[in-house]
Design a protein around this ligand. Structure first.
Ligand code: ZN
Length: 133
């Protein structure tokens, strides 16, 4: 894996969290994007080589709504940038990690993504992402 591409943080309301993180990080939110397939609205901040992704649920069945119900707001996932997402998915599946999607899917911020089930990664939701070129 190349680097930590971003940290995903589950929030209740982007409307209040975007200005909060703009103050905290002293950098403007550079992009907001709805990912309909995941029922989330996202906001991105650049911090050096890595990013912060804020995630707000767009409906009650959204995985983010369920996460906040269970655990409250906070760190939701760690995303690692990979060079070849299919090869990395194959490598990890062979080692016994459980993939939440069997083929890469379109994520936010121009990425193909795959998530690993937290039960096989010490409770941490892991996202693999590869930039779409
Ligand atoms: Zn993410």
């Amino acid at each position: 894996m190349l680097k930590i591409e971003h940290l995903g943080i589950a929030v209740k309301e982007l409307q209040t969290s975007i200005p909060l993180f703009e103050q905290l990080l002293n950098t403007p939110c550079y992009k907001t994007e709805i990912v309909a397939s995941e029922a989330v609205s996202t906001a991105f901040f650049q911090t050096g080589d890595s990013k912060i992704e804020l995630l707000e649920a767009t409906k009650a069945e959204s995985p983010i709504a369920k996460f906040i119900d269970k655990k409250g707001e906070g760190i939701h996932h760690i995303a690692f940038e990979v060079e070849n997402i299919e090869a990395e998915m194959k490598r990890l599946a062979a080692l016994g990690f459980e993939l939440l999607n069997q083929t890469p899917k379109k994520g936010a911020d121009n990425k193909m993504v795959c998530f690993l089930h937290p039960k096989t990664t010490n409770g941490v939701l892991i996202e693999l992402c590869q930039e779409i070129k």
